[in-house]
Design a protein around this ligand. Structure first.
Ligand code: ASP
Length: 426
């Protein structure tokens, strides 16, 4: 069975008009058989996403406060979307009543309770959207993660799919043959049957897992932008849209700054080399950006430039460091023992820098690190620098191109930016 998995983000499902547009998109291509929905996001008039409203509700309910107003607000959000689309009040009310059950659920495990409530944004939306498609005359089914085999680890708020997830989700293959399946994003069920959500933005992961399991011809990710741009529109005026890039290039761009796609969502699709297409729900004339395993060599070597981040470096100087066996291991285990991950490790003959994302540091950590370094590897000097930014020049094959680095360094020099560290992927 050939199919596409189409995931619609919060901004694409936030109003009646948008839901109408999503239904049109679904109907426009018979391969769109598996639809993944986020919870409604912000609108020009409403500045809070449904998911954030649910987080607030869970927080207050756990603190013993009355959440009747919040529940009413949440119900109103969905009613305002689906009622103007002609969905019967009775149908809407029946779907929304599941929210009352969740609010009244057992609170003994606060994290479990929180996830149960927070997942209802996606769940209610998928149920209502399936009803809407049926009201339009389509053969459509809401499928719950429990029924569909979306089994995840019991880590509430940051669940991971279980290792054999693809074979579990394969039960959906038959389902998608003769109808449109509407699946809620962002959460799964544990082996014990509890609801557990992925990390924020996790509907991308739901879509990717389904694309893998259904061996989809394409994974469409619909949002409110035309695609990926070669630089951040907030930094560079009018950057070009990238027509196609590779998974590796996207990973490098999203490593700093580019916030297009949930990081964990790339792995399932890369296994089967399923193309991801980012598209704009409101601009169907634009083909979006395609993310693939291999691309044709383009006109430009550099596909994109990302920048940002707040990094710090611990630079150690020690005469004859290069001859000391175990120096690197001892040094890195200091960071590991403090539960810190490092990003880069540039070395010289007698010096070495550990570069980390400084937002992981707590006020007391820096002193703990320097003390441990002194004790474990006894360097001649330790120098710490904060607030370092990274600029990442991304493109397949750049490593073999002459002159790209020279151009980048010249641009930085022209802007009077000093280069502290340089790393070229091997
Ligand atoms: N609704 C969830 C969030 O806001 C998940 C998602 O949209 O992907 O993070």
């Amino acid at each position: 069975m050939k199919c596409k998995v189409s995931k619609f983000g919060g901004s694409s499902v936030a109003t009646s008009e948008k839901i109408e547009q999503v239904a049109k998109i679904v109907q426009a291509d018979s391969l769109r058989k598996c639809i993944v929905l986020s919870a409604p996001g912000k609108t020009p008039d409403i500045s809070i996403k449904v998911t954030d409203l649910l987080i607030e509700t869970a927080h207050k309910a756990l603190a013993g406060a009355d959440v009747a107003d919040l529940v009413a607000e949440l119900k109103q959000r969905f009613t305002a979307i689906y009622s103007p689309l002609g969905l019967q009040d009775k149908v809407i009310a029946t779907v929304l009543s599941t929210l009352d059950d969740r609010v009244a659920a057992n609170k003994a495990n606060p994290e479990k309770y929180r996830d149960l409530l927070v997942a209802s944004g996606e769940d209610l939306n998928a149920r209502l959207f399936a009803e809407y498609l049926i009201s339009l005359g389509l053969k459509a089914d809401y499928v719950s993660p429990a029924e569909g085999g979306m089994v995840v680890t019991p880590v509430f708020g940051d669940a991971q799919p279980v290792p054999d997830i693809a074979s579990r989700l394969a039960v959906l293959r038959d389902r998608c043959c003769d109808r449109v399946v509407v699946f809620p994003g962002f959460f799964g069920v544990t082996a014990d049957g509890d609801i557990a959500t992925f990390s924020r933005g996790g509907s991308d992961l739901t879509g990717a897992l389904l694309a893998e399991a259904l061996d989809a011809s394409e994974y469409e990710n619909w949002t409110d932008v035309d695609g990926i741009f070669s630089a951040s529109p907030g930094t560079v005026d009018d950057p070009d849209q990238i027509p196609a890039l590779t998974y590796r290039e996207m990973r490098e761009l999203s490593y700093i700054g580019f916030n297009v796609f949930h990081e964990e969502a790339v792995t399932p699709v890369t296994h089967k080399r399923i193309p991801i297409r980012l598209r704009n729900t409101h601009n169907l004339s634009n083909d979006g950006t395609l993310i693939v395993a291999e691309r044709l060599p383009g006109e430009r070597d550099v596909i994109g430039i990302a920048s940002g981040g707040r990094y710090c470096s611990f630079t150690l100087q020690k005469y004859l460091m290069n001859r000391e066996k175990g120096f690197g291991r001892k040094l890195l285990s200091i960071f590991e023992n403090l539960d810190l991950s490092f990003e880069h490790l540039p070395t010289g003959v007698d010096n070495l820098s550990v570069v980390l994302d400084q937002t992981q540091l707590k006020p007391e950590t820096v002193n703990m690190i320097t003390r441990s370094i002194q004790r474990e590897v006894n360097p001649d000097e330790i120098k710490i620098e904060f607030d370092i930014s990274l600029v990442s020049v991304v493109g397949e094959g750049l490593v073999h191109k002459v002159g790209v680095l020279a151009q980048a360094a010249t641009a930085l020099a022209d802007a009077e930016v000093n280069i502290k560290l340089l790393a070229q992927g091997s």
